[in-house]
Design a protein around this ligand. Structure first.
Ligand SMILES: Cc1cc2nc3c(=O)[nH]c(=O)nc-3n(C[C@H](O)[C@H](O)[C@H](O)COP(=O)(O)O)c2cc1C
Length: 245
């Protein structure tokens, strides 16, 4: 018997397929609250990010050709302007419509379930700590002050690059933002959204001569605890390092 076919991976894909018969059938998940599209920390000290000035870069084709996951960084800091460009590349608002603000990366249903946190290690004029990226205000909100690199290395299965990076991007999902529309199928879209965001980060980092590496190997709840999120309604889904080469 093929036991793997009974595991949750195959079962999830099977049970969340759209087919012409079941697509409009009511599921048994009941009514769901609709969380706000934007999360913020109104009491937190904040840093307004400089609006990026976009100087000419190499062509998209050349950047695609150069993109590689790079894991060895110097401890030379990056500037806050560079950090602002990376944040704009992943979730910058590029079009405001009455009901939605559209961003640099696509999102299923324009529901934007992914939040960005940073562990800042070496960024000029930004003290070390954990920050939340406020997308709407283009600002950083301080969640915790201090150097968490050792904790994060450990949480990422002892991957040293996580601590050596100038900054670690930590992406979380606010599951209900997507689930209230897509029900159980939302998990497919949440991770697809995160992939778009991470690719934007890698391309932007490459265009500025920085190293970047996605990180999927981590102890979920060790990251969740650090961020002060519950690991259920909001949970860490993906990380990426950025540093000077
Ligand atoms: C979802 C995902 C998770 C990954 N997790 C890790 C990781 O934990 N550690 C690591 O060193 N690289 C990680 N990588 C990077 C891959 O190893 C890398 O993309 C792959 O070897 C192909 O190399 P390239 O990105 O340079 O083309 C991850 C990549 C993806 C897309």
């Amino acid at each position: 018997m093929s036991l793997y076919k009974e595991g949750i991976a195959y079962q999830y894909l099977k049970e969340t397929k759209y087919d012409r018969e079941s697509i409009f059938r009511r599921d048994d998940l009941g009514p769901m609250p609709r969380p706000p599209v934007y999360k913020n920390y109104p009491e937190a000290p904040r840093i307004s990010l400089p609006r990026p000035a976009f100087e000419k870069t190499e062509s998209l084709w050349s950047i695609l050709n150069q993109r590689r996951s790079k894991r060895r960084y110097t401890i030379e800091p990056i500037s806050v302007e560079t950090l602002a460009k990376l944040l704009w590349a992943i979730q910058g608002i590029t079009l405001s419509a009455p009901e939605y603000q559209f961003r640099t990366a696509p999102s299923a249903g324009a529901l934007y379930p992914v939040e960005t946190y940073l562990s800042v290690h070496h960024v000029l004029d930004v003290k070390q700590g954990i920050y939340h990226f406020n997308v709407l205000d283009f600002a950083l909100e301080e969640v915790a002050w201090g150097n968490f690199s050792e904790h994060l290395i450990h949480a990422a299965l002892d991957q040293a690059m996580v601590g050596r990076a100038a900054v670690l991007f930590i992406w979380t999902a606010v599951v209900l933002r997507s689930m209230q529309k897509y029900r159980n199928r939302c998990i497919r879209y949440i991770f697809t959204d995160a992939g778009h965001i991470a690719q934007n980060l890698q391309l932007a980092a490459t265009s500025m001569g920085l190293g970047c590496c996605p990180v999927g190997a981590f102890y979920d709840d060790e990251i969740n605890q650090l961020l002060g999120i519950d690991g259920e309604e909001e949970t860490a889904i993906y990380l990426a390092t950025v540093g000077n080469l």
